[in-house]
Design a protein around this ligand. Sequence first.
Ligand SMILES: NC(=O)c1ccc[n+]([C@@H]2O[C@H](COP(=O)([O-])OP(=O)(O)OC[C@H]3O[C@@H](n4cnc5c(N)ncnc54)[C@H](O)[C@@H]3O)[C@@H](O)[C@H]2O)c1
Ligand SMILES: O=P(O)(O)OC[C@H](O)CO
Length: 340
Amino acid sequence: MKEKVAVVGAGSWGTALAQVLAENGHDVTLWARSVPVADELNQRHTNKKYLPQAKLHPAIYATTSLEEACYNKSFILFAVPSHAMRHTAREVKKVMNKETRIVHAAKGFEQDSWKRMSEVLSEELERDQASIAILSGPSHAEEVIQKSPTTVVVACGDQEVAKQVQYVLMNTSFRVYTHSDAIGVEVGGALKNIIALAAGLVQGLGFGDNAKAALMTRGLAEIARLGKAMGAKPITFVGLAGVGDLIVTCTSTHSRNWRAGYMLSQGKSLSVVLDEMGMVVEGVKTTRAAHALAKHYQVEMPLTEQLYQVLFMDKEPEQAAKDLMLRGKTNEMEEIMETW
Ligand SMILES: NC(=O)c1ccc[n+]([C@@H]2O[C@H](COP(=O)([O-])OP(=O)(O)OC[C@H]3O[C@@H](n4cnc5c(N)ncnc54)[C@H](O)[C@@H]3O)[C@@H](O)[C@H]2O)c1
Ligand SMILES: O=P(O)(O)OC[C@H](O)CO
């Protein structure tokens, strides 16, 4: 059945998801923040800033009007960065219908409140959190747009909504699994960006594959520890929204977080790196959030702690690596048993 879907956010991820939906035959309206981007999408069927090589489906209709995008739609899919979620949702609330199903695909926390995006959406849209679906998993827009086989999860307290989202998005190159652990899927997607930043940094410092494997494994351990404290099911982190996303972001040069980490290793300051990237690097703000959440939940997150000091307290990355290697001696099996 053809559905009317609004995609809110015409960056790389929103554009790639709009393409998947249009290829699946749905009626897609893509909300862009700027008029030139909307004009380019409508007239040339390209989005050069965010997906330079892509030829987009001509049926994708772009607009800068949230009302035009969101009124009378079956689904609204939020693909704006986490820092933009609350104010965008507040505007969407004014123009959307009560029965429209809500999905978000952002991977981060709100600054200062450290809330998950589904909490923010629930507050602003006055919706039960259990009705909000979360799309996550290993999925770079650059590959989705090329129809390279991709697997994702859609998590929701209401499994009927998860199945409906699975129905509208799934096709031969985009496989969607439903999931019931919304907190785990949301937290896994956000926290892997911290480890991806560290992986880029480590690679740029000339460390080898042993260090990368260590980062990913020990990164997963601390993601699971914080996730569990926040109410996630630890087993979720062995799936696509945990290990899967860690693998893709820590090993792919498509990753904005990995690239930002790499640039930092070349001696550039954080503000220069973010400027040069010109795209959202969620891991920076997420490091702040996880640092605060770790304190709040009294969970040990040594990698996050060291990255926090490198990003925000001018610590030399080499010193951070040494401090990680020589921190208090621990027993891996005991830790695994405690978390998993
Ligand atoms: N790019 C990917 O491959 C990918 C994959 C999965 C999830 N995500 C997640 O999707 C979210 C969006 O990422 P992206 O890669 O598309 O980012 P992007 O940098 O490519 O695009 C960001 C978009 O958000 C808009 N935006 C920025 N600030 C805004 C604001 N204050 N108000 C309204 N709109 C604003 C920009 O105009 C742009 O359209 C992030 O949370 C990211 O982690 C991205
Ligand atoms: O490019 P990144 O690092 O923002 O990661 C994008 C997606 O989250 C990968 O699944």
